[in-house]
Design a protein around this ligand. Structure first.
Ligand code: TXD
Length: 328
């Protein structure tokens, strides 16, 4: 059996880390595409030249030609601008929608059978656009946000309780914006409810305050990193998160991961891409796992979906030549 082929569209900060992780884990041969001349070739040469030290046998190629992504099993897209301090993800819509349209046309033409994992922001709108342009079945177009947002929430809980993050389970649903929905009720440490532990530690009132602060920090966690970096946004963590998704698909792991997926009535939402728990395996999004949200969670989820809808409604004016497809 031949090796898998993974193409990375966008060779910037996240693209470079993605390439290195693919190589270290020997996920398959890797193509790194960017419109900047020579840069992706330089990055791939740099990674390839340490293959003996890192002990991997995969082919790495940098390119400025879409023809090189032909035959890809998975395409991961990071093309687009990152935010600057003070910007919201939504401020990137105008510029990144035009980039995503171009990228999606390239994928449609050269890698029509691939699974596509989108990372570019504003995430939910970019995933929607890619699906509309390519016309690929929705189970093959997936957005990465929830794996990272959930991991951030888990980290804050682990730090607060002084336990290993490996034993923390907590999920963030909804759109990848300031309205995202950390699910507090089911957050647990090896099955033990986090809220109960906080109440034992602090008493009712303070426990709620501590949890509220962790929820708030989770929602703003991307911006916290943007502010500290001063130039660009998080790149190690989104790369690792997307690799977990790619690996689940390539190795048919049936992992249950929060992904940006097209809802067809699940959670009361019809025909919008937002973050929900999914089973990821060889068929891409093999299943969306629905569960009961309480009234407060559902209201926050609906609010988050409304924010995503607001962005989708702006797309036809940004891409007037695509208005028909976007409104379909
Ligand atoms: O969790 C998440 N989903 C995210 C998403 C977490 C953090 C950052 N996230 C977003 O990923 C971020 O807001 C950006 O929209 C993307 C990429 O972030 P990155 O930090 O990698 O940005 P860079 O370093 O600027 O890299 C972007 C590359 C750069 O090399 C450009 O030359 C290239 O994109 N680019 C293009 N590639 C292909 N085709 C076109 N048209 C194009 N335009 C720019």
């Amino acid at each position: 059996m031949g090796r898998a082929k993974i193409s990375l569209i966008g060779g910037g900060q996240i693209g470079g880390v993605l390439a290195q992780l693919c190589a270290l884990r020997e996920l398959g041969d890797v193509v790194l595409f960017d419109i900047v001349e020579n840069m992706p070739q330089g990055k791939m040469l740099d990674i390839a030249e340490v293959a003996r030290v890192d002990q991997f046998d995969v082919d790495l190629k940098g390119t400025n030609s879409y023809a090189d992504i032909a035959g890809s099993d998975i395409v991961i897209v990071t093309a687009g601008l990152p935010r600057k301090p003070g910007m919201s993800r939504d401020d990137l819509l105008g510029v990144n929608a035009k980039i995503m349209k171009q990228v999606s046309e390239g994928i449609k033409e050269y890698a029509p059978d691939s699974f596509v994992i989108i990372i570019s922001n504003p995430l939910d709108a970019m995933v929607t656009l890619c699906q509309k342009v390519t016309g690929f079945p929705p189970e093959r177009i997936i957005g990465q946000a929830g794996v990272l947002d959930s991991n951030r929430f888990c980290s804050f809980i682990a730090w607060e309780l002084g336990v290993s993050v490996r034993d923390v389970n907590a999920m963030v649903l909804g759109g990848h914006g300031d309205t995202m929905v950390p699910i507090v009720r089911y957050a647990n440490v090896n099955g033990i409810p986090v809220m109960e532990q906080l109440v034992r530690k602090y008493g009712e009132a303070k426990a709620k305050e501590v949890m509220d602060a962790m929820v708030q920090r989770t929602k703003m966690a991307g911006g916290e990193v943007v502010k500290l970096l001063g130039n660009g946004s998080a790149f190690y963590s989104p790369a690792s998160s997307a690799i977990a998704m790619a690996e689940a698909i390539l190795r048919d792991q049936k992992r249950v991961l929060p992904c940006c997926a097209l809802l067809k009535g699940e959670f009361g939402v019809d025909n919008y891409y937002v973050g929900v728990p999914c089973v990821l395996g060889a068929g891409g999004i093999e299943k969306i796992i629905e569960f009961e949200l309480d009234a407060e969670e559902q209201a926050m989820f609906d609010n988050s979906v409304a924010a995503v809808k607001g962005l989708i409604d702006e797309l036809p004016s940004i891409l007037p030549d695509m208005a028909d497809v976007l409104n379909s």
